[in-house]
Design a binder for this molecule. Structure first.
Ligand code: WQD
Length: 333
């Protein structure tokens, strides 16, 4: 398997995965419509790897566009990242989220079947576990999520599972990400959300840069050691390498957690960021954010056992790499 179509390859996780794939010797076709990214990232992928790739500016909900990509490129496998992913926004715009995230998955799976592409890796999320009791294992029954974004992941998983069951030889792997943070060590690519960040780490780096006044800690009354929310933060390059590992072991239908197996609280992450970068992050405790769960972290043993993959970068490295990208961040996308 040589030539991989990466949808959303100009985005945060997609761009880091393209770096890992190119460095692992794959050839890559990126499809992206820049709805949450920009062309600058493509140049930086080339700069980091010294390798080129095919780029198609396309909305992968558009059947004709998807058909064109498969016709013009000899695709061996697909990694589908392209999708809307802001939890809060999904509550305001559910139809846009269901349309974009589900139609893209269906159109890509249909194109794979009609072009005999046998490998499909899907970017899923720990959100699908809902308010289960951590650590989350792949065999756990999924509980309702609190938002349309999470539901698009649950439904996409189901669509792909059924497509794999109905089509002998069509292999599907679902990768459930925990909390991806950090940036490539070069500082050239990283997490650059449009507008005010929803997620913790990009919010912290904006406070560190002085663009935002202080961090609001959403609640310190959870049943956790310091009362703040606990999450499984994973370095985005570890996550990227997990995709390369998954491509090597495609067979039938598989599901893997991509996490570290360790939980870190909000205040622990703030402290780690301050130590790693020798700076202070002002914060204040505010009421809980609607929809948040207290504790979310992975049982990561299955990916290690079956894919030979294990996250290896520390929380300190995540903090240092995130800040290096933010501090050197060029304005244009
Ligand atoms: C982490 C912790 C907050 C911001 C979401 C999606 C998930 C994935 C990652 C897409 C929580 C606290 C946050 C802030 C805070 N997204 N927090 N102040 O909610 O765990 O996961 O993003 O794939 O699918 O659900 O990530 O970074 O928003 O929050 O105190 O300004 O930080 O309460 O405990 P989350 P997050």
């Amino acid at each position: 398997m040589k030539n991989i179509l990466v949808t959303g390859g100009a985005g945060f996780i997609g761009s880091h995965t393209c770096v890992a794939l190119l460095e692992a010797g794959y050839s890559v076709v990126i499809a992206d419509n820049f709805s949450n990214s920009g062309p600058r990232t493509l140049e930086r992928i080339r700069e980091i790897t010294g390798r080129d790739f095919v780029f198609c500016e396309a909305d992968v909900t558009d059947r004709a566009a998807v058909e064109g990509i498969f016709k013009e490129n000899n695709i061996d496998g697909v990694i589908h990242f392209a999708g809307f992913k802001a939890v809060g926004e999904s509550v305001e715009k559910p139809l846009a989220y269901y349309y974009n995230n589900l139609v893209s998955t269906i159109e890509l799976a249909k194109a794979c079947l009609s072009h005999r592409v046998k490998n499909f890796v899907f970017s899923s999320s720990a959100t699908v576990y809902g308010d289960n009791k951590a650590p989350f294992t792949e065999t756990m029954p999924l509980l309702p999520t609190t938002n349309p974004y999470g539901e698009t992941k649950v439904i996409s998983e189901r669509i792909l599972s059924d497509a794999a069951a109905a089509n002998q030889g069509f292999s599907v792997t679902l990768l459930r990400y925990f909390n991806p943070v950090g940036a490539h060590e070069s500082g050239l690519i990283g997490e650059a959300p449009n507008g005010i960040p929803n997620n913790l780490m990009p919010y912290i780096t904006k406070v560190a840069k002085g663009e935002l006044k202080e961090l609001r800690v959403f609640g310190d009354d959870y049943d956790t050691p310091d009362g703040t929310g606990v999450r499984d933060y994973i370095h985005v390059m570890d996550l990227a390498e997990g995709h390369a590992a998954a491509l090597k072991k495609m067979s039938g239908f598989s599901v893997y957690n991509l996490g570290t197996g360790r939980g870190t609280s909000v205040l622990e992450l703030v402290t780690a960021f301050e130590r790693a970068n020798s700076l202070k992050i002002p914060y204040r405790i505010t009421p809980r954010r609607a929809g948040d769960i207290a504790v979310c972290y992975a049982d990561a043993k299955k990916a290690e056992r079956e894919l030979g993959w294990k996250a290896k970068r520390t929380v300190e490295e995540m903090c240092r790499d995130a800040w290096r990208f933010e501090a050197g961040l060029r304005d244009e996308k």
